[in-house]
Design a protein around this ligand. Sequence first.
Ligand code: DGJ
Length: 742
Amino acid sequence: MTITFNEQTREFHLQTKNSSYIFNILENDQLGHLYYGKKIRHKSSFEHLLIKGNRPNTPYLQEGDMTFTLEQTKQEYPAYGTTDFREPAFQILQENGSRITNFQYQGNKIYHGKPKLEGLPATYAEANDKVETVEITLYDHVIDTELILLYSVFEEHDAITRSVRFLNKGNQKLNLTRVMSANVDLFDAEYEMMQLSGAWARERHVKTRKLQTGVQNISSTRGASSGHQNPFLALKRPETTEFQGEVYGFSFVYSGNFLAQVEVDYLDVARVSMGIHPFDFNWLLESGESFQAPEVVMVYSNQGLNGMSQSYHQLYQSRLARGKWRDQPRPILTNNWEGTYFHFNEDKILEMAKQSKDLGVELFVLDDGWFGKRDDDTTSLGDWFVDYSKLPNGITGLAEKVTALGMDFGLWFEPEMVSKISKLYEKHPDWIIHVPDRSQSHGRNQYILDFSRKEVVDAIYEMMATILRDAPISYVKWDMNRYMTEIGSASLAADRQQEVPHRYILGVYDLYERLTTEFPDILFESCASGGCRFDPGILYYAPQGWTSDDTDAVERLKIQYGTSFVYPISSMGAHVSAVPNHQVGRITSMETRANVAYFGAFGYELDVTEMSEGDKETMKEQISFFKEHRELFQFGTFYRIHSPFSGNGNRTSWMVVSEDKERAVVGDYHILCEPNASYKRLLLKGLDPNASYKIEGYEGSYNGDELMEIGIQLDHERFRGHRGDHYVPRDFYSRLFVLTRC
Ligand code: DGJ
């Protein structure tokens, strides 16, 4: 039993392997929160945790009573307006102008497994999983509306998921002006808030701040989860490190506008809330309609940040990502984007594919520029038919030739966009997101198709499916390269215009769902100007995503390190590209570029035909090395060891260990060479302390406990260079240690 409900004390106790989550039905029949943290033994009541009492300057709920106020009560799904002044979980505007509600407990249902969330991505349970769900129905009799709170407990993953649904059973029209998916009122505020922030080419950098009284939040109002803020936050104790201490993770399974917030009140209660951003949001809920909010995944760990991340990795890899590719090693690919940009023809692509194949590459991906008349980024999005002047045998002809080489073929699309110079726009100018009588801003010369309209999604689906049905395509890169402005839909009534961003995302999910259903064998990789929509929502459909347009190995250390706080290694597209690097102009060695990219869905992003023979030889060796260790890299347990965000940022290290602890690979990276450097040790993690390991290229054997407690002495002559490569002082130096139990 992971969920217990005690009828007498009216308390719910949710237990994962290492955490407890306890809440109850309050005396006014709303839900109060009692505890979230390290697992504790069950007992019939924890009611003493509810602190009641008289404080000056406080409003109380009931006449004649000076003890019960929501202001001082920790709650599960709080409302504003009835003695709680903090930001609420929801708000409903009613026909008479009232925003006051009173959702009271009606009943609950506990069952094995987990239901689907209509039209939305979410974690799921398989038949024999230890997953239980409790559905709690609250009811407001004045507006005849139900509020259903859903909690699912993934016992083994230390995760609890939450979402809410409103059902309007009454006769009046309701406006949902705020619907957060989860609210947790934590006991105290002695936490640091960690977030993954950045922008294009520097996505998901780790930022940390101490909680202060008042509101602190991160959000997106860009129509996509964005590269600026990721829909995730963690609260860690100040003393928590990568390896020990308490941390709570909150991750939102959604790809659109979001708000992730912590409000610290005068009692030092930290209210965490997460959901669709209420700014510029309004959902009209007519009689008989329901609204399902997306899911929040909460993870508690007292094993430090790595403990939290490992829970997310395992859960998202195995019970969020779906389909044939979920558990399969990902193909090593060559993508032509940085190699040719828009300028290629069939001969060029075939030559690149052939030479890639000869070096061991398994999949060739043709990126942007194959359709319409697209020789630059000003035209053709929306015209998903081949440009015969570049590819005289069409996509089918090219794909057949590439597959005849003995490799797979993949293709780029940007389904959500249209260029004004296109046949699609000529025919349907009102299919873009826009507002009448107002000018239309563009991003990269393109406009966003109104995916809140089914006919638009249908049309794009048909165009894409026609190509995918016809040609042997086994991979699709789904790009999205601009944010939303002048938000409006020609097909929605005035009182539904603020629904557009959410309806749009539902349309994106619908297209993904239809394509992944019709083409279950295709591996989808998401992309949004690199990693600008890299979130759990998309991961449900596309098990890997292009982590960033920034392919520089040094920049990637930060990006991949930050991304790994939530997302599994198998989900991070990581490619070796040419130097000088196209984003930052930096020159790093092939070895360092690969040593970073191995920790991801590995590939190359360059023109292989332009490479020197020496570099080709290196590429061949890298590919065969990666093939040998691919499963370990992509599905092993990942540990962050040294953070590029700590100290002077000169050092990063991380490692993966196989489930049986038989094998491990450690990546160690030094950015700038330090003359006469201080001693450094690399303390490994996750090994079997009682086992002995050999390190490839080095003599002798090393015990697991020794490697974890004493570590590898990095300045030691014996550990300089890797596999015959002698150490020469240099910047951007990296090495791998490959360990095998002996
Ligand atoms: C942005 C992506 O991140 C790149 O990898 C590439 O696909 C371009 N778009 C193509 O326009």
